[in-house]
Design a protein around this ligand. Sequence first.
Ligand code: 13P
Length: 255
Amino acid sequence: MKQWVVGNWKMNGSLSMVSDYVPALLDGLLELSGWERSLRVGICPPSPYLGMMASKLTGYPVEVGAQNVHPKPSGAFTGEIAPPMLRELGVDLCLVGHSERRQLFGETDEAVREKLSALLEANLTPIVCVGEVLAEREAGRHLAVVERQVQGALEGLPPERLAGVVLAYEPVWAIGTGKTATPEQANQMHAHIRALLAARFGAGPAAGTPILYGGSVTPDNAGALLAQPDINGTLVGGASLKPATFLPIIQHSLS
Ligand code: 13P
């Protein structure tokens, strides 16, 4: 399976940042010759920049991702963006169920499931984010919490659709805090998620499902995380905002 490196800009950036970032990223990637054979690289900028980012990346094997979507294809949903609109802009990926959306915007497991299904319908690759808060880990409930989130997101998913799904484990206490899960803590959860997938879809499909780690990933810790057998890539927040920190993470993903 290819390793994934996806940058989530969250609500950061500007038009001029997109203009400066894309050529710098492409220049850096050019130096990693053949990277596209073993990696999938994506960037999720805020929605106003998706079209510009996608057009600047046309013809390059770097994917563009949205950070949120509405599950309906059109309708009276003021302020929302539909999956076919993303597709039309040249978007390939979309985050679903990010902990900031769950915590700040009340996104439920049911909403995650609806969005997942709508994205697959529109030929977009969902990256389903799951992860426990600190109190849940301290209470020893982290495995159960993530299990509920994974089962909730994938309930009713036709087995043949799993091939289009990416999962991301992002422990909430590690997001934007500079605290990373240890490689062993992360891998334990990834293995747990994979076992859940295997029980539901079979060992082969489970082994083929990318499970990314996110939460304070930096050039310094990416190598150790990626060395774990069940970690198939990274979902990078703060360190994806500058090619100078994102590119070394991509480089670590190659080795
Ligand atoms: P940080 O890398 O800034 O901790 O953010 C992680 C994240 O939430 C990516 O989706």
